[in-house]
Ligand binder design. Structure first.
Ligand code: TRP
Length: 327
């Protein structure tokens, strides 16, 4: 398209996104929009690695696309597309699967964690190989950078190894992509869990209405030693303080001093925090509300993104086949 460096970002379609997705990922994607050529992939095939229930996949895909666009992704500039609509992903995945060993994939810490957390007794071939599909996602578009969280860094390393192996075997086709880590760590959940997640039921959604946000924050876990208003608190262990850091940096010193001295009670602190979050996401909510009424336009946006992505992907596959002498 032009000579800008390429960023490939991707997410599984999990439906409506939470504010942790915004802080950990979307905010970065948007920031990079002008200086890089971005591709935004909806990793719908990746959903199959952990669930075969595909009954809500279309709805979840559209909800996520709406959140992306409401947050400021410009789909005219940066194609937004479904992985499963571009067959070249499957083709490149097949070729890449010959370039990496089973034992290398079994050493992948992220898959090991999933196996442990989801109590998987026998992992499928596709689940073990999901970083290989991810490598195809990235390299089809010759991505130079991939914005990811810590947990995905091992997959970028696998992508680099596959790129190197391909290039050594059949000639230079692929770059060796690098991860771009978000400079703001993930937001903790409302229950104090280190990770905000819809499945843990501890999330504030980008689409939550002001009252819902207030109500959710009211129940948030705070410093267990601060029981009454005048008890001194420890902001460093309080998740609400982490939210203030992100959404209320102007008042941070005041909040910190108030909490430590005991002058500021949790009820008031949480209310201040809700108001900031409500304000921060207010333009997103408005844009989302109007997009929700234009589902056909969203579908058209995906089809448009897929046409652009397909053009790039098919060029890469032609190059791959030529280098491999498949013609
Ligand atoms: N593997 C990522 C996840 O599980 C999603 C993903 C698929 C992805 N393909 C990608 C992320 C390409 C970045 C680039 O969440």
């Amino acid at each position: 398209m032009n000579d800008k460096k390429i960023i490939l970002s991707g997410m599984r379609p999990t439906g409506k996104l939470h504010i942790g997705h915004f802080v950990g990922a979307l905010e970065n994607w948007i920031k990079f929009q002008d200086d890089y050529q971005n591709y935004h992939l909806i990793a719908d095939y990746h959903v199959l690695t952990t669930s075969l229930d595909t009954s809500t996949i279309e709805k979840d895909t559209l909800e996520m696309a709406i959140d992306w666009i409401a947050s400021g992704i410009n789909p005219e500039k940066s194609p937004v597309f479904r992985q499963s609509k571009i067959k070249e992903h499957a083709e490149l995945h097949l070729i890449f699967s010959m370039l990496i060993t089973v034992s290398r994939l079994e050493r992948n810490p992220t898959v090991k964690e999933q196996v442990r957390d989801l109590k998987i007794e026998n992992i499928t071939y596709g689940h073990l190989g999901y970083p290989v599909l991810q490598a195809a996602d990235i390299l089809l578009y010759k991505g130079n950078y991939v914005p990811v969280g810590e947990d995905q860094v091992p997959h970028i390393e696998i992508t680099r190894e596959i790129a190197r192996r391909f290039n050594q075997t059949w000639g230079e086709v692929f770059p060796e992509p690098e991860p771009l880590l978000s400079n703001f760590a993930r937001l903790p959940g409302l229950d104090g869990n280190a990770k905000m997640s819809k499945s843990l039921n501890n999330a504030i959604l980008i689409s939550d209405k002001p009252d819902e946000i207030k109500q959710k924050l009211r129940k948030a876990v705070t410093d267990p030693q601060k029981i009454r208003k005048n008890d001194p608190g420890r902001p460093e262990i309080c998740l609400v303080f982490t939210y203030h850091k992100k959404f209320n940096s102007d008042e941070l010193n005041e909040i910190e001093a108030g909490c430590r001295s005991g002058k500021l009670g949790c009820v008031e602190c949480k209310l201040k925090c809700s108001m900031k979050i409500i304000d921060f996401f207010s333009p997103f909510r408005e844009k989302r509300a109007s997009l929700e009424n234009r589902i056909d336009d969203i579908k058209d946006i995906l089809v448009m993104g897929e046409a652009k992505a397909r053009e790039v992907a098919s060029k890469t596959i032609t190059e791959v086949r030529e280098n491999m002498k498949f013609g």
